[in-house]
Design a protein around this ligand. Structure first.
Ligand code: NAD
Length: 443
């Protein structure tokens, strides 16, 4: 049941419903079987099944499972399943997605090409060895394809072989690394790639005249990326309910602040790390819900963020006339087959809820979730900053309106801001007390 009928991601008031009502609504809208959510209930992942997944099992461990709403990804509405312990992430994702409507997110997902590494050490003549491996590349790829006939039939399999010289001398002598590029289709592909590298390593070492070393995939999957973009009009950026009269924040102000926050992340790795954490809030929550290897994606994301030698933001935002544009590019190695999926009932349900029948769609949804949580976090930071500025200005205005002059304006304004009670009546009371310290302020 990997393809569900189209559904609307607009579920107004979903957050106000009881859990049973949320389930009922999703079941009705999706065509999932009536007992669909049993996959999430206690005991759905049996201790026996868990015991077969990892070592030394003593039980299972639960996390809240939720659905983020408002997502349109490549023109198709989607519910985004999330499993996460941190409050606000699901709300932030839904809120960020809401701002991108009606267009939603557009994505480009590359071919699902993973990199397997074969390390060769103690190579005497590195240049001759590299040339020999390059000459044999086509034959080695063809040989590797024969090892995964079913994957090749599905349009995947080994596609190329590349060589790099890593060291000319040192404790390991001359060192080469051979990259086997494998199109993994709907699998994440780690086991698949590792097996292929193990099968080829001895032959490659012989051709290179060296010793085979490690043979394992790289988690820097820079050949398997997702690019997500969105474009938001100023009106969508303005907070709906500025709680202070006269202190309404405009969409243009929010747009400028978000673009400035993005530039800050581009300049400073300390900020970029937190910026990227806001992206991974959304990405990881989907990865955990859908049974993915989130450590693999985390490792790849941060290695990719640092690939130029400086740690950079994975998503950037820039202003255009009347709105804000954003783009996220990151590696995303995910699968809709293999791994934990055949044993974890909750992960399968999450894929069904998301309508993610392919690894390509799942990667697109993960990326969209990441850009949405990044946007919501930046807007919250931007509006808080703007709000603080507005409140300070507003407090000074009220101090003057209450009759303060000279340095009393700042003193009254500071007290109003500190108390978080920025009203004319309060300004009058504070001013009266400051003028005559025996006058009691209200409790
Ligand atoms: P897997 O071993 O379950 O292999 C996937 C299988 O699915 C393959 O045998 C393939 O033939 C089959 N398949 C069926 N339909 C397919 C389709 N449409 N497209 C592609 N394959 C299809 O899983 P995997 O994806 O090779 O490995 C993922 C697992 O490896 C994860 O559990 C991960 O945690 C683990 N792992 C990760 C690392 C790492 O990231 N460094 C290292 C080792 C293992």
């Amino acid at each position: 049941m990997s393809s569900l009928p189209p559904r609307s991601s607009r579920l107004p008031g979903f957050y106000r419903l009881a859990v049973a009502e949320r389930r009922r609504g999703l079941l009705e809208a999706s065509g999932l079987p009536a007992d669909g959510f049993a996959a999430l209930d206690p005991g759905a992942l049996s201790t026996e099944a868990a015991d077969g997944m990892i070592e030394n099992v003593v039980g299972t461990y639960a996390l809240p499972f939720a659905v983020a709403v408002n997502f349109t990804v490549d023109g198709i509405d989607a519910w985004i399943p999330m499993a996460i312990e941190e409050p606000s992430v699901v709300a932030a994702a839904s809120n960020g997605a809401q701002m991108t409507r009606p267009r939603g997110f557009s994505t480009r997902v590359s071919s699902p090409v993973m990199i397997g590494q074969i390390q060769i050490t103690q190579v005497i003549d590195l240049d001759a060895a590299a040339a020999a491996v390059r000459d044999a590349a086509d034959a080695l790829v063809a040989e590797a394809r024969l090892l995964v006939p079913r994957l090749a039939q599905r349009g995947g399999g080994p596609v190329a072989l590349e060589v790099r010289v890593l060291a000319r001398s040192g404790p390991d002598g001359g060192v080469l690394v051979v990259h086997l590029l494998v199109d993994c289709r709907d699998a994440m592909g780690a086991n698949l790639v590792n097996s292929l590298c193990e099968s080829l390593a001895d032959r490659v070492a012989k051709i290179a005249g060296g010793q085979p070393g490690l043979r394992i995939l790289s988690n820097l999957t820079d050949g398997r990326t997702v690019t997500v973009s969105c474009s938001i009009a100023d009106a969508q950026l303005a907070p709906g309910d500025p709680n202070v009269p006269g202190a309404a924040i405009t969409g243009a102000e929010v747009r400028r602040s978000i673009a400035a926050a993005s530039r800050f992340a581009e300049l400073d790795p300390y900020r970029a790390a937190t910026h990227n954490k806001g992206i991974m809030n959304g990405v990881d929550a989907v990865l955990v819900a859908t049974g993915q290897d989130w450590r693999a994606v985390e490792a790849g994301a941060h290695a990719y963020a640092a690939r130029t030698g400086a740690y950079r933001p994975l998503a950037v935002w820039w202003e255009r006339e009347g709105g804000l544009d954003g783009e996220l590019v990151m590696p995303l190695a995910v699968g809709t087959v293999g791994g934990a999926l055949h044993v974890h009932p909750g992960a399968r349900l999450a894929l069904d809820l998301a309508g993610a029948g392919t690894a390509e769609r799942l990667a697109a949804l993960c990326g969209a979730a990441g850009l949405a949580t990044n946007l919501a976090a930046l807007r919250a930071l931007a509006t808080e900053g703007i709000q603080r500025g507005h409140m300070a200005l507003h407090a000074r205005g009220l101090a003057r309106a209450a009759g303060a002059t000279g340095d009393l304006v700042d003193r009254v304004a500071a007290e109003l801001a500190e108390a978080g009670d920025i009203k004319l009546e309060h300004a009058r009371e504070v001013l009266a007390r400051l003028r005559n310290p025996r006058v009691k302020d209200r409790p």
